[in-house]
Design a protein around this ligand. Structure first.
Ligand SMILES: NC(=O)c1ccc[n+]([C@@H]2O[C@H](COP(=O)([O-])OP(=O)(O)OC[C@H]3O[C@@H](n4cnc5c(N)ncnc54)[C@H](OP(=O)(O)O)[C@@H]3O)[C@@H](O)[C@H]2O)c1
Length: 254
């Protein structure tokens, strides 16, 4: 993917990885449109970064996504890159029969149905653009689940699988398909305490490494910072090593 001169839509750009990526890509010379639900944060972001545009968007309203995609494509005709970054991560107790099931619905809708729906809705437009790309955001946990967050990890494994199929189906088009696979990063994904967790990668370091990969590896299909490599390739180490890593990770987060 080329790193400059794009018009980029980033979902979930009001905080964390989405916001930091929006600011970094803006500095790299891209027109960036940030979408999210929290309007005050969108306003604050655009005020702090003249040139960045915003769009109020709840990706959970999946039936509205085709219309919103059409409106965005009409408003920004040069839109050529979609970054499906919006996501939620919630703990679930599978031993509790009274646990609310709507959490599962919300996670599947936000992390899986929404990127699939938004991507397919925007694809006809993207296919007409030069240097078009779709970037999905999965997780190292797609490759080795954190049992505390079962549905979250399942949606990330699903989006990894779907991304490969999308890349194959688009092989004869000019639309590139990339997957950003973050490690544990200091954002508020699981609450404010995560921003201080020393086990998580500092957000600025993560974004700097991502931008460096985009700059130096324009043909990369998976954007992998060093910290995520043990998770990404956990299965390649053999079953015994995988089982040990699974136990160590899950016991440490208990
Ligand atoms: N941080 C990590 O350790 C980590 C690791 C692996 C993968 N990831 C992935 O990275 C992505 C970004 O997460 P983050 O860590 O930056 O967490 P974050 O700070 O909580 O950001 C999540 C973003 O998603 C947006 N969002 C959530 N539901 C939405 C909805 N229904 N409609 C529109 N936007 C919605 C939020 O914006 P609004 O609330 O304003 O809508 C927010 O901007 C997620 O896909 C996450 O799974 C993160």
């Amino acid at each position: 993917m080329q790193i400059t001169g794009n018009t980029i839509l980033i979902t979930g750009g009001t905080s964390g990885i989405g916001r930091a990526l929006a600011e970094a890509l803006h500095k790299e010379g891209n027109q960036v449109i940030v979408a999210g639900r929290r309007k005050p944060l969108l306003d604050e972001l655009t005020a702090a970064n003249p040139g960045i545009k915003s769009a109020a968007l709840d990706v959970g309203n999946i039936d509205e996504l085709p219309l919103i995609a059409a409106q965005l494509a009409s408003h920004y005709p040069s839109l050529n890159v979609l970054i499906n970054n919006a996501g939620i991560m919630k703990p679930e107790d599978l031993n509790d029969p009274s646990a609310p099931f709507d959490i599962v619905d919300d996670i599947v809708t936000t992390n899986l149905l929404a990127p699939v729906r938004l991507t397919t809705a925007l694809l006809p437009h993207l296919k007409e653009q030069p240097n078009a790309a779709v970037i999905t955001v999965s997780s190292g946990l797609a490759f080795l689940p954190l049992a505390l967050t079962p549905t979250y990890c399942a949606t990330k494994a699903a989006i990894h699988s779907w991304t490969q199929s999308l890349r194959y189906q688009l092989r004869d088009t000019k639309v590139e398909v990339l997957e950003l696979i973050p490690p544990y990063v200091q954002t508020e994904l699981m609450g404010p305490q995560q921003t201080q967790d020393p086990r998580a990668m500092p957000l600025a370091d993560f974004i700097a490494e991502v931008i460096e990969i985009l700059r130096t590896q324009p043909d990369a299909k998976e954007i992998l910072v060093q910290r995520v490599l043990p998770l990404r390739f956990a299965a390649e180490k053999g079953q015994a090593a995988y089982d040990e890593f699974f136990k160590t990770l899950n016991d440490s987060m208990h």
